[in-house]
Ligand binder design. Sequence first.
Ligand SMILES: Cc1cc2nc3c(=O)[nH]c(=O)nc-3n(C[C@H](O)[C@H](O)[C@H](O)COP(=O)(O)OP(=O)(O)OC[C@H]3O[C@@H](n4cnc5c(N)ncnc54)[C@H](O)[C@@H]3O)c2cc1C
Ligand code: FES
Length: 257
Amino acid sequence: MIMKEICKVTSQREIAANIFELKVKADFVKEIKQPGQFVHIRVSNQWDPILRRPISISSYSKENHEFTMIYRRDGKGTALLAEKTPMMELDILGPLGNGFPVDEASAGETALLVGGGIGVPPLYELSKQLKEKGVQVIHILGFQTASAVFYENEFLELGETYVTTVDGSYGYKGFVTDIMKTLSFDMIFSCGPTPMLKAIEEGYPEHKVFLSLEERMGCGVGACFACVCKKKDDPNGTSYKKVCTDGPVFRAGEVFI
Ligand SMILES: Cc1cc2nc3c(=O)[nH]c(=O)nc-3n(C[C@H](O)[C@H](O)[C@H](O)COP(=O)(O)OP(=O)(O)OC[C@H]3O[C@@H](n4cnc5c(N)ncnc54)[C@H](O)[C@@H]3O)c2cc1C
Ligand code: FES
Protein backbone atom coordinates (compact mmCIF):
# COMPACT_ATOMS: atom_id res chain seq x y z
CA MET A 1 0.00 0.00 0.00
CA ILE A 2 1.26 3.49 -0.88
CA MET A 3 1.11 5.96 2.00
CA LYS A 4 1.43 9.73 2.23
CA GLU A 5 3.07 10.46 5.51
CA ILE A 6 4.63 13.32 7.45
CA CYS A 7 7.93 11.74 8.43
CA LYS A 8 10.66 12.80 10.86
CA VAL A 9 14.27 13.25 9.77
CA THR A 10 16.58 11.30 12.10
CA SER A 11 19.95 12.20 10.58
CA GLN A 12 21.57 13.88 7.62
CA ARG A 13 25.28 13.99 6.74
CA GLU A 14 27.41 14.81 3.70
CA ILE A 15 29.23 11.58 2.79
CA ALA A 16 31.05 12.84 -0.34
CA ALA A 17 31.20 16.14 -2.22
CA ASN A 18 27.57 17.21 -2.59
CA ILE A 19 26.32 13.71 -1.74
CA PHE A 20 24.03 13.42 1.29
CA GLU A 21 22.85 10.46 3.34
CA LEU A 22 19.43 11.17 4.86
CA LYS A 23 17.69 8.89 7.37
CA VAL A 24 13.97 9.18 8.03
CA LYS A 25 11.46 7.46 10.34
CA ALA A 26 8.31 6.38 8.52
CA ASP A 27 5.49 3.92 9.19
CA PHE A 28 5.32 3.04 5.49
CA VAL A 29 8.67 1.24 5.77
CA LYS A 30 6.59 -1.84 6.69
CA GLU A 31 5.09 -1.68 3.17
CA ILE A 32 8.45 -1.86 1.31
CA LYS A 33 8.52 -5.03 -0.80
CA GLN A 34 11.74 -4.88 -2.81
CA PRO A 35 15.07 -3.07 -2.91
CA GLY A 36 14.99 -0.45 -5.68
CA GLN A 37 11.62 1.05 -4.78
CA PHE A 38 11.56 4.81 -4.32
CA VAL A 39 9.81 7.62 -2.48
CA HIS A 40 8.42 10.94 -3.72
CA ILE A 41 9.31 13.89 -1.47
CA ARG A 42 7.70 17.27 -1.05
CA VAL A 43 10.83 19.25 -0.23
CA SER A 44 9.11 22.49 0.83
CA ASN A 45 5.83 23.73 2.28
CA GLN A 46 5.85 26.64 -0.20
CA TRP A 47 4.32 26.59 -3.69
CA ASP A 48 7.74 26.45 -5.29
CA PRO A 49 8.92 23.81 -5.94
CA ILE A 50 5.47 22.27 -6.23
CA LEU A 51 6.55 18.95 -7.74
CA ARG A 52 7.80 16.21 -5.48
CA ARG A 53 11.30 14.78 -6.05
CA PRO A 54 11.81 11.02 -6.58
CA ILE A 55 14.64 9.45 -4.54
CA SER A 56 15.48 5.75 -4.21
CA ILE A 57 15.32 3.88 -0.94
CA SER A 58 18.95 2.94 -0.32
CA SER A 59 18.37 0.72 2.70
CA TYR A 60 15.73 0.19 5.39
CA SER A 61 15.00 -1.39 8.72
CA LYS A 62 11.46 -2.63 9.34
CA GLU A 63 12.27 -3.11 13.05
CA ASN A 64 13.29 0.55 13.47
CA HIS A 65 10.66 1.93 11.03
CA GLU A 66 13.51 3.79 9.36
CA PHE A 67 14.93 4.12 5.86
CA THR A 68 17.95 5.74 4.27
CA MET A 69 18.28 7.77 1.08
CA ILE A 70 21.44 8.97 -0.63
CA TYR A 71 21.14 11.85 -3.05
CA ARG A 72 23.17 14.44 -4.91
CA ARG A 73 22.51 18.12 -4.20
CA ASP A 74 21.67 19.21 -7.71
CA GLY A 75 18.91 21.74 -8.44
CA LYS A 76 16.47 23.65 -6.26
CA GLY A 77 14.66 20.64 -4.77
CA THR A 78 17.66 18.69 -3.59
CA ALA A 79 19.28 21.90 -2.28
CA LEU A 80 16.23 22.39 -0.03
CA LEU A 81 16.39 18.74 1.02
CA ALA A 82 20.03 19.17 2.05
CA GLU A 83 18.94 21.83 4.57
CA LYS A 84 16.83 19.39 6.61
CA THR A 85 18.11 18.59 10.07
CA PRO A 86 17.07 15.97 12.67
CA MET A 87 13.49 16.28 14.00
CA MET A 88 12.36 18.31 10.97
CA GLU A 89 9.31 17.00 9.10
CA LEU A 90 9.14 15.80 5.50
CA ASP A 91 6.01 15.02 3.49
CA ILE A 92 6.78 11.73 1.73
CA LEU A 93 4.79 9.44 -0.56
CA GLY A 94 5.96 5.85 -0.56
CA PRO A 95 6.98 3.17 -1.10
CA LEU A 96 6.59 3.53 -4.88
CA GLY A 97 7.26 1.39 -7.94
CA ASN A 98 8.59 -2.08 -8.55
CA GLY A 99 12.16 -2.71 -7.52
CA PHE A 100 14.79 -5.39 -8.18
CA PRO A 101 13.45 -8.97 -8.23
CA VAL A 102 15.60 -10.67 -5.57
CA ASP A 103 13.66 -13.90 -6.32
CA GLU A 104 15.37 -14.16 -9.72
CA ALA A 105 18.67 -15.07 -8.02
CA SER A 106 19.29 -18.42 -6.32
CA ALA A 107 21.76 -19.38 -3.60
CA GLY A 108 25.13 -20.28 -5.12
CA GLU A 109 24.70 -18.03 -8.15
CA THR A 110 26.81 -14.91 -8.72
CA ALA A 111 25.11 -11.56 -9.18
CA LEU A 112 26.95 -8.56 -10.56
CA LEU A 113 25.67 -5.23 -9.24
CA VAL A 114 26.70 -2.26 -11.36
CA GLY A 115 26.06 1.29 -10.17
CA GLY A 116 26.86 4.61 -11.78
CA GLY A 117 27.06 7.74 -9.61
CA ILE A 118 23.77 8.45 -7.96
CA GLY A 119 22.51 5.10 -9.26
CA VAL A 120 24.64 3.33 -6.64
CA PRO A 121 22.31 3.81 -3.59
CA PRO A 122 19.49 1.30 -4.32
CA LEU A 123 22.09 -1.43 -4.97
CA TYR A 124 23.09 -1.38 -1.30
CA GLU A 125 19.87 -2.88 0.06
CA LEU A 126 19.76 -5.23 -2.94
CA SER A 127 23.25 -6.50 -2.16
CA LYS A 128 22.37 -7.07 1.50
CA GLN A 129 19.28 -9.11 0.58
CA LEU A 130 21.07 -11.16 -2.11
CA LYS A 131 23.91 -11.98 0.27
CA GLU A 132 21.44 -13.01 2.98
CA LYS A 133 19.99 -15.47 0.44
CA GLY A 134 23.37 -17.07 -0.23
CA VAL A 135 23.95 -15.34 -3.56
CA GLN A 136 27.53 -14.28 -4.20
CA VAL A 137 27.64 -10.53 -4.92
CA ILE A 138 30.22 -8.58 -6.91
CA HIS A 139 29.93 -4.79 -7.10
CA ILE A 140 31.25 -2.31 -9.63
CA LEU A 141 30.71 1.28 -8.56
CA GLY A 142 31.46 3.98 -11.12
CA PHE A 143 31.99 7.66 -10.29
CA GLN A 144 33.24 10.74 -12.12
CA THR A 145 36.05 11.56 -9.71
CA ALA A 146 37.52 10.71 -6.27
CA SER A 147 35.53 13.34 -4.34
CA ALA A 148 32.24 11.78 -5.53
CA VAL A 149 32.99 8.26 -4.24
CA PHE A 150 30.79 6.96 -1.40
CA TYR A 151 29.86 3.68 0.37
CA GLU A 152 32.93 1.76 -0.85
CA ASN A 153 33.49 0.21 2.59
CA GLU A 154 29.81 -0.61 3.05
CA PHE A 155 29.81 -2.58 -0.23
CA LEU A 156 33.19 -4.19 0.56
CA GLU A 157 31.66 -5.68 3.71
CA LEU A 158 29.17 -7.54 1.51
CA GLY A 159 31.47 -8.75 -1.29
CA GLU A 160 34.12 -8.11 -3.91
CA THR A 161 33.98 -4.42 -4.88
CA TYR A 162 35.59 -2.48 -7.72
CA VAL A 163 35.53 1.31 -7.87
CA THR A 164 36.10 3.18 -11.14
CA THR A 165 36.49 6.89 -11.79
CA VAL A 166 36.29 8.48 -15.22
CA ASP A 167 39.30 10.73 -14.53
CA GLY A 168 41.33 7.99 -12.80
CA SER A 169 41.67 9.99 -9.56
CA TYR A 170 40.56 6.94 -7.51
CA GLY A 171 40.28 3.20 -8.16
CA TYR A 172 40.37 1.98 -11.76
CA LYS A 173 40.45 4.64 -14.49
CA GLY A 174 37.62 4.25 -16.97
CA PHE A 175 34.07 2.97 -17.14
CA VAL A 176 32.28 0.21 -15.24
CA THR A 177 31.97 -1.73 -18.51
CA ASP A 178 35.79 -2.05 -18.69
CA ILE A 179 35.78 -4.02 -15.41
CA MET A 180 32.71 -6.05 -16.39
CA LYS A 181 34.65 -7.63 -19.26
CA THR A 182 37.11 -9.18 -16.80
CA LEU A 183 34.52 -10.89 -14.56
CA SER A 184 32.19 -13.88 -14.79
CA PHE A 185 28.70 -13.87 -13.29
CA ASP A 186 25.20 -15.27 -13.80
CA MET A 187 23.08 -12.11 -13.80
CA ILE A 188 23.33 -8.32 -13.70
CA PHE A 189 21.43 -5.72 -11.68
CA SER A 190 22.18 -2.12 -12.57
CA CYS A 191 21.18 1.48 -11.89
CA GLY A 192 22.83 4.59 -13.28
CA PRO A 193 23.02 6.93 -16.25
CA THR A 194 21.16 5.89 -19.41
CA PRO A 195 24.29 5.46 -21.63
CA MET A 196 25.67 3.02 -19.05
CA LEU A 197 22.41 1.04 -18.93
CA LYS A 198 22.31 0.91 -22.74
CA ALA A 199 25.89 -0.38 -22.93
CA ILE A 200 25.06 -3.12 -20.41
CA GLU A 201 21.87 -4.11 -22.24
CA GLU A 202 23.67 -4.31 -25.59
CA GLY A 203 26.80 -6.00 -24.24
CA TYR A 204 25.11 -8.84 -22.32
CA PRO A 205 22.18 -10.14 -24.41
CA GLU A 206 22.67 -13.69 -23.10
CA HIS A 207 22.47 -12.74 -19.44
CA LYS A 208 19.55 -12.12 -17.16
CA VAL A 209 19.73 -8.33 -16.76
CA PHE A 210 17.60 -5.95 -14.65
CA LEU A 211 17.93 -2.20 -15.12
CA SER A 212 16.57 0.63 -13.00
CA LEU A 213 15.56 3.57 -15.21
CA GLU A 214 15.44 7.23 -14.31
CA GLU A 215 12.78 9.38 -15.94
CA ARG A 216 11.55 12.81 -15.01
CA MET A 217 8.44 12.35 -12.92
CA GLY A 218 5.31 14.27 -12.09
CA CYS A 219 2.87 12.37 -9.91
CA GLY A 220 4.93 9.23 -9.23
CA VAL A 221 1.77 7.11 -9.01
CA GLY A 222 0.74 6.46 -12.62
CA ALA A 223 -1.68 9.34 -13.15
CA CYS A 224 0.13 11.95 -15.28
CA PHE A 225 2.02 9.99 -18.00
CA ALA A 226 5.16 12.13 -17.50
CA CYS A 227 7.38 9.07 -17.21
CA VAL A 228 6.25 6.77 -20.05
CA CYS A 229 8.63 4.79 -22.24
CA LYS A 230 7.90 2.65 -25.30
CA LYS A 231 7.70 -1.11 -25.11
CA LYS A 232 10.21 -2.97 -27.27
CA ASP A 233 7.71 -5.59 -28.41
CA ASP A 234 5.50 -2.84 -29.91
CA PRO A 235 7.97 -0.35 -31.44
CA ASN A 236 5.44 1.27 -33.81
CA GLY A 237 2.42 0.93 -31.62
CA THR A 238 1.04 2.96 -28.82
CA SER A 239 1.67 0.74 -25.81
CA TYR A 240 3.82 2.26 -23.13
CA LYS A 241 5.16 1.40 -19.72
CA LYS A 242 5.23 3.91 -16.88
CA VAL A 243 8.55 4.11 -15.09
CA CYS A 244 6.86 5.15 -11.82
CA THR A 245 4.42 2.24 -11.51
CA ASP A 246 5.63 -0.49 -13.92
CA GLY A 247 9.29 0.26 -13.06
CA PRO A 248 11.65 1.83 -12.24
CA VAL A 249 13.25 -1.62 -12.61
CA PHE A 250 12.68 -3.45 -15.92
CA ARG A 251 14.10 -6.62 -17.41
CA ALA A 252 16.54 -5.70 -20.22
CA GLY A 253 14.71 -5.72 -23.55
CA GLU A 254 11.32 -4.83 -22.07
CA VAL A 255 11.38 -1.10 -22.92
CA PHE A 256 13.43 1.28 -25.07
CA ILE A 257 15.99 3.06 -22.91
C1 LIG B 1 12.96 6.47 -9.62
C2 LIG B 1 14.02 7.52 -9.38
C3 LIG B 1 14.92 7.35 -8.35
C4 LIG B 1 15.90 8.33 -8.12
N1 LIG B 1 16.76 8.11 -7.10
C5 LIG B 1 17.70 9.05 -6.83
C6 LIG B 1 18.60 8.85 -5.75
O1 LIG B 1 18.56 7.84 -5.03
N2 LIG B 1 19.51 9.83 -5.52
C7 LIG B 1 19.58 10.97 -6.31
O2 LIG B 1 20.44 11.82 -6.07
N3 LIG B 1 18.76 11.15 -7.34
C8 LIG B 1 17.81 10.23 -7.62
N4 LIG B 1 16.95 10.45 -8.66
C9 LIG B 1 17.08 11.69 -9.43
C10 LIG B 1 16.43 12.84 -8.65
O3 LIG B 1 15.04 12.65 -8.61
C11 LIG B 1 16.73 14.16 -9.32
O4 LIG B 1 18.11 14.41 -9.27
C12 LIG B 1 16.02 15.27 -8.58
O5 LIG B 1 14.63 15.17 -8.77
C13 LIG B 1 16.50 16.61 -9.07
O6 LIG B 1 15.73 17.59 -8.41
P1 LIG B 1 16.29 19.03 -8.18
O7 LIG B 1 15.19 19.87 -7.67
O8 LIG B 1 17.53 19.01 -7.39
O9 LIG B 1 16.71 19.48 -9.66
P2 LIG B 1 15.91 20.33 -10.70
O10 LIG B 1 16.68 20.22 -11.95
O11 LIG B 1 15.64 21.68 -10.14
O12 LIG B 1 14.52 19.59 -10.88
C14 LIG B 1 13.54 20.09 -11.72
C15 LIG B 1 12.52 19.01 -12.04
O13 LIG B 1 13.09 17.98 -12.80
C16 LIG B 1 12.99 16.75 -12.15
N5 LIG B 1 14.25 16.05 -12.35
C17 LIG B 1 15.46 16.63 -12.52
N6 LIG B 1 16.39 15.69 -12.73
C18 LIG B 1 15.76 14.51 -12.69
C19 LIG B 1 16.18 13.17 -12.85
N7 LIG B 1 17.44 12.85 -13.12
N8 LIG B 1 15.25 12.19 -12.72
C20 LIG B 1 13.97 12.50 -12.46
N9 LIG B 1 13.51 13.74 -12.33
C21 LIG B 1 14.39 14.73 -12.43
C22 LIG B 1 12.71 17.08 -10.71
O14 LIG B 1 12.00 16.04 -10.03
C23 LIG B 1 11.91 18.32 -10.85
O15 LIG B 1 10.57 18.03 -11.13
C24 LIG B 1 15.98 9.51 -8.94
C25 LIG B 1 15.06 9.67 -9.97
C26 LIG B 1 14.10 8.71 -10.21
C27 LIG B 1 13.13 8.89 -11.31
S1 FES C 1 5.15 10.17 -12.95
FE1 FES C 1 3.03 10.45 -13.35
S2 FES C 1 2.58 8.63 -14.51
FE2 FES C 1 4.64 8.31 -13.89
